[in-house]
Design a protein around this ligand. Structure first.
Ligand code: ADP
Ligand code: MG
Length: 425
């Protein structure tokens, strides 16, 4: 019994570990990791299956090996779908065949049935609520073991009553572990979902601030278009003069369009993939979007140094969001206007983005609390901007350094691994 307990705990660990690894590796924006990252899911669950089978918790004989391999198989099929299920089946079947013994026929047959059958339940599984999910995986788990037990009895005439206790313990145990694991996955996914909602919420807050500035900025081109059109209506200009006016009107319309385009690209809540991108391109894009906002607050933005070649690995939309948050704080720190300096520098190993304001600055305590959710000194602040920025930067393997003096200003320095030199093309 004691050996069984130890073995059982081992097995539980083998099943929990992929989920823990996932939680450690996971990055925000990867909602539904277990659904959308099939390769990682397959590899992690394969390791689970092999470990469970290598260290079973009860070996009655070569023919009867009790372990929890069915848990990753069932959950893999439900979360990953038919393809993941097929690969997990191959892994489980090959491992079982290597172990050998008469029991292997039933075991492989059972694995085949799980692998082929469970994916059919997937569409339903995705629709039902958490409680129903737990019940469903519990039932699948028990039915699958019942099949094993009865198949053993009917094909090999194994006397069930000899080891009925072990079967019962296993059924309850496996059912419970499957249910618990499903619950854990659901819980993690929900947390991720909530974090992403928070991210979006924070961005919408920024976007709504920009909207005021952008519409204000749109007034200028609209005013001059209106002026030209009125002029043309009132006077009979020469053809040349008319063409000149038309061109000016078109130019104003284009600049208004550009403004709206840039703004909309930023406002779109899409999340791209990680790719090597030019830091200066993205930073310049952000600056373009933010000009109306900065103008509205009497802040001038200057690029003091710009390494145009430096590339880093990034999700462009998120990187932009991180930079926007810092620049926006810098602008907001200078309530009487001022200068915001931006520099991009690179060394062979690092690319750094420096954002320096001449604003109110922060105390050591405030700097320490940066990135803490809901920490804000502003009346209408959310205290989420820096939290989002920190999480984005750390996902990019970057670091944030803050140098601030109360009353003088603040410098944010973001450092990222330099791609330009590490990958020789
Ligand atoms: P919010 O801007 O909504 O307050 P953030 O997470 O963006 O939330 O910033 C948190 C707090 O950090 C701000 O309220 C402010 O007190 C401080 N802070 C951030 N950046 C600066 C800066 N450049 N200068 C002074 N204080 C800053
Ligand atoms: Mg902010």
């Amino acid at each position: 019994m004691e050996a069984m307990m130890t073995g059982m705990i081992n097995n539980i660990f083998f099943i929990i570990f992929p989920i823990v690894v996932y939680q450690l590796l996971t990055t925000t924006g990867q909602r539904n990791f277990f659904v959308s990252h099939r390769l990682s899911l397959t590899i992690l669950f394969s390791i689970s299956i092999i470990l469970c089978m290598m260290f079973p918790y009860q070996v009655v004989s070569e023919d009867y090996i009790f372990d929890l391999r069915q848990v990753p198989m069932i959950l893999g099929a439900l979360y990953g779908g038919p393809l993941v299920s097929a690969v997990l089946f191959l892994v489980a079947a090959i491992t079982r065949i290597i172990i050998g013994g008469d029991g292997m026929y039933i075991a492989v047959l059972n694995q085949l049935i799980i692998a082929a059958g469970v994916p059919f339940l997937r569409p339903m599984y995705m629709r039902i609520n958490r409680l129903m999910k737990v019940v469903l995986v519990f039932i699948i788990s028990i039915v699958s073991l019942l099949f094993n037990m009865l198949a053993g009895h009917f094909f090999f005439g194994d006397p069930i009553h000899d080891i009925i206790e072990i079967w019962l313990v296993l059924m309850l145990n496996q059912g419970a572990i499957t249910a618990l694991t499903a619950l854990l996955i659901e819980h993690i996914q929900r947390q991720e979902y909530m974090f992403n909602s928070l991210l979006k919420h924070e961005k919408m807050e920024t976007v709504s601030h920009f909207a005021a500035a952008v519409s204000h900025e749109l007034r200028n081109p609209l005013q001059s278009i209106k002026g030209f059109v009125q002029l043309m209506k009132e006077y009979d200009y020469s053809r040349d003069k008319q063409i000149e006016f038309h061109e000016m009107v078109l130019k104003e319309i284009e600049s208004a369009e550009d403004l709206i385009d840039d703004y909309l690209v930023y406002a779109k809540p899409t999340y791209g993939q990680l790719e090597a991108s030019s830091v200066s391109c993205e930073v310049q894009h952000v600056l373009k979007i933010m000009v109306p906002y900065a103008n509205g607050k009497g802040v001038e933005m200057h690029i003091t140094e710009m390494d145009g070649n430096a590339e880093i690995l990034m999700d462009r939309h998120k990187f932009q969001q991180a930079i926007v948050n810092i620049i926006r704080n810098g602008i907001e720190a200078m309530s009487n206007g001022g200068m915001l300096a931006i520099a991009i520098k690179s060394t062979p190993s690092k690319v750094s983005v420096h954002i320096t304001d001449e604003g109110i600055g922060m105390t050591k305590e405030e700097v320490r609390r940066l990135g803490e959710p809901y920490f804000s000194s502003k009346i209408k602040g959310t205290g989420l901007g820096m939290m989002v920025t920190y999480s984005i930067v750390s996902q990019m393997n970057g670091q944030i350094f803050v140098d601030s003096e109360k009353g003088k200003g603040t410098e944010f320095r973001l450092e990222f691994p330099n791609l330009t030199n590490s990958i020789k093309k």
